[in-house]
Design a protein around this ligand. Sequence first.
Ligand code: WT7
Length: 652
Amino acid sequence: MSEANLPFNEKVYVNKDKSSTGEKLKQEWEKSINNPLKFWAEKAKAIDWFKTWDRVLDDSNPPFYKWFSGGVLNITYNALDRHVKSKKKNKLAYIWEGERGEVKTYTYYQLYREVNKFAKALKDFGLKKGDRVAVYLPMIPELPITLLATVRLGGVHTVVFSGFSAEALADRINDSGAKILVTADGSYRRGKIVPIKNNADQALQNTPNIEKVIVVKRTGKEVTMKEGRDHWYHETLTNAGASAYVEPEPMQATDPLFILYTSGTTGKPKGVQHGTGGYLVWAYWTLKWGFNPNEEDIWWCTADIGWITGHTYNVYAPLSLGITSLFFEGTPDYPAKDRWWNIIEKHGVTILYTTPTAVRMFMKFGEELINKHNLSTLRLLGTVGEPINPEAWKWYYNVIGKKKLPIIDTWWQTETGGYMIAPLAGIELVPLKPGSATYPLPSIKAEVYNEKGETVDVGVKGFLVVKSQWPGMLQTLWKDPERFKQTYFGRWPNIYYTGDYAVKDQDGYLWLLGRADEVLKVAGHRLGTVEIESALVSHPAVSEAAVLGKEDPVKGEVPVAFVVLRSDISPSEELRLDLIKHIRTTIGPIATPAAIAMVKRLPKTRSGKIMRRLLKAILTGAPLGDISTIEDEASIEDIKATYEDLKRQLEK
Ligand code: WT7
């Protein structure tokens, strides 16, 4: 997104309420900045601790910040036990709708029972504090149950999105050193069965650490069960017994809670590690500040639990707040394009939290499908995952929100644990601007820097950095503290580098402008260009590859690949399809390039660096700019010659 056409001056007063001055929000922010220790000591009381912390923040070894050090808690005690002991016992924790329309509900008590049973099963399999559990499951109730059962025992989960390939799964299992894998006999996607157990079986050929595989029966499709290693989930529950109870393991606030792999600027995904106490406090307060969900709400976060949004806002934040969440197994357009509106109407969803890609897709489907449904239960709308263009924002506001509902645009990252910049309906809702995430949350000192690390002027695009610490920040990268330091705190010492571009307007509103590094956001999913390039060059026909993002009207951006073939290979349609297949099996369908051009050479500098800037300019038809450092000018003509072919592929 470019800053040139942003509506810096367009204020939207929801319900024409012009009384909000932003004063309350400013006060809360200032309190958090002036005395963070006092501020967080107060906020942390919302959580039940087995033992209070010794220090709110131990910053003796930056950037390895320790939040609530000395504190002892268990996150499932906060998500379950404490509600079971309260009036919330029989309140719904989850409403789940399956792809085929079946509905299952779980009260806090029922969820507590299921989690205890599965925790007992995991314990019987030998899971101990600190052990890692890999989770490769579709959006079914067993997914949050597995996470909660794991962390009840002090285990560390690493969820691998069920759309990732066998190879991607194996890499993550091996890097995390997981000894148990929980998966399913299949998942449903648009009425078809995706054989995820087959993927898991393939991965398991190269994962020597895995001792046990627990398989949820979701589809009933026949799968191979390896004697001694593979066990049916439902049988483990029967063995655990209906009244199983497992004491929640007392965890240090600084003990790791989970690892979640995310793409960075190299071929190897980063294992973002979150801790227990700080993360929970941040999850709790960010949801409360952002949406302030109440006892009557039905909160629907549409993200898959395979991503951070699902971890924080489908599991830990709503459960620790004791609210009712809905989650859904399927896709928005199956069996019909109004599936979501159907769900909202049927269950009376009150808060919808989704992605700009989904909003743009519904814009394309048209208003008629929406107006057929009664969406009057909705009271708040939210977005996350990628920049929302003002046009999509306005459509969301006008058509879904009927010009009455605030849009809570939440900017954050896997690494930040929870919201960082967002309108805060739970403190004070400031006037909104279509396309801006508004102001930073309490404790977040966000600035926009130029290359030299100086704060830029109002209206100037630069790098978004955070100059403060907050409880939800990642602890480190799993087994790679050096990369953690380099990636996030290496550019400007002790300042958190986000990797995003942003601009601040005259009112201090922040506008997020997309990634400043080699990371793509495709339909809100995070993918590394280098990861896709590595996958391409691992194909026997490819000697070099360059991948870049091209703007897409629905998905935000899509990957486009330029490949140089080995000298004995000639380009063909068959090869192109084979390359696509190769990406799908090495990473997963989400990384599929929208177009692949086969070229003789790539434009490079004399020192051999691929000139991506030039590739991008050619791709978008922008001026080429300075090409004096290019090694071989003829390569430009080569690339230009692929233009028509790329256009044809992209139009498909
Ligand atoms: C990247 C982080 C945060 C949960 C889901 C994505 C982009 C995220 C917004 C937003 C503009 C956004 C950024 C960020 N992003 N939310 N509201 N406006 N951009 O987590 O996969 O770690 O991706 O998503 O570029 O760096 P993630």
